[in-house]
Write a protein that binds this ligand. Structure first.
Ligand code: ZN
Length: 301
């Protein structure tokens, strides 16, 4: 009898001792939100209690400095800086963050997004906008100390970003051109959270400015409807690129917003009148002076 019980006890002891490390190895992912002041753009900081990944890093180095403090206060290693798409409100902070966290890797979901980022920065440099953000000036013969986009931005080998210590982010990029040419959304199982990047904004005017054609707006609207039907069953919390978290009814709200925008810009007598009508319909939406203004400008003669 003893011969049977002793190994059993030993096995039970092993199991018990093993439990904490099993739990440790699959640390559930949670998220903290850094709300930028500029354009109400969000950075999302994922943690599993062992390591950190940050998604999107703000439109200015000044904001990135505050974000870096938040990351440092967690006292955990930052492994990845994930940039969702090639718009500067989501990537300008990357140069500063890489200086603060040299062991972190800047990553994007595909080669297209890497190209979008370099193209946008090259254009900003050509019109002098990067004089205000010298850390982002592309490395060149003229600028040997510039930011090395080609070597510092890594394309992820798969659509799964596994966190050290457990948990993973599932990335999707199969979208038509909309707010941006290419975009990444992230789904996190542990929190049933859908991080839409700029396919969704919450109570912030949508960017339909330069580069966002009528066709892109139509693509965008169609994608919002697809999200609504595809995610109805899962019913995730929705974390938008700009503005506060919401639920999947946000997609309905945004379809209506796009319909209103299309109707008003097609029928208003002037840009001023279109602005006035959109502001009257969406009085509590932020960034009218920038995002809405340039969107109206782009879609009216
Ligand atoms: Zn954005």
């Amino acid at each position: 009898m003893k011969n049977i019980i002793m190994p059993l006890i030993a096995a039970t002891m092993l199991l018990l001792v093993g439990v904490p490390s099993i739990a440790h190895a699959s640390g559930a992912v949670n998220v903290d939100i850094f709300e930028g002041e500029t354009a109400t753009v969000n950075s999302y900081l994922f943690s599993n209690g062992e390591s950190l990944v940050v998604m999107d890093v703000q439109r200015s180095t000044a904001e990135a400095k505050k974000l870096a403090e938040m990351i440092k206060n967690k006292g955990l290693p930052l492994t990845h800086i994930l940039v969702s798409h090639g718009h500067p409100d989501h990537y300008t902070g990357m140069s500063w963050l890489l200086k603060q966290f040299p062991k972190a890797k800047i990553v994007v979901a595909n080669e297209d997004i890497k190209k979008d980022i370099l193209a946008f920065s090259t254009w900003m440099e050509s019109v002098g906008w990067l004089d205000a953000e010298p850390l982002l000036k592309p490395k060149s013969e003229k600028q040997p100390n510039g930011f090395d986009y080609l070597n510092n931005i890594n394309v992820l080998p798969s659509n799964k970003l596994s966190m050290i210590g457990g948990g993973e982010l599932t990335l999707s990029t199969h979208y038509s051109p909309a707010e941006a040419e290419h975009v990444t959304t992230v789904y996190v199982d542990d929190i049933n959270g859908l991080f839409t990047s700029d396919l969704a904004y919450n109570k912030v005017h949508l960017w339909m400015g330069q580069g966002v054609t009528k066709k892109h707006v139509a693509n965008w609207r169609a994608m919002l409807r697809t999200f609504r039907s595809e995610y109805t069953q899962l019913n995730p919390k929705v974390y938008p690129g700009h503005g506060k978290p919401s639920d999947i009814t946000l997609f309905d709200t945004l379809v209506t917003y796009i319909d209103d925008f299309n109707h008003i810009t097609a029928t208003a007598n002037s840009k001023e009148m279109a602005m006035k009508k959109m502001k009257a319909l969406y009085p509590d939406y932020k960034e009218a002076g920038f995002l809405l203004k340039y969107s109206v400008d782009n879609h009216m003669k």
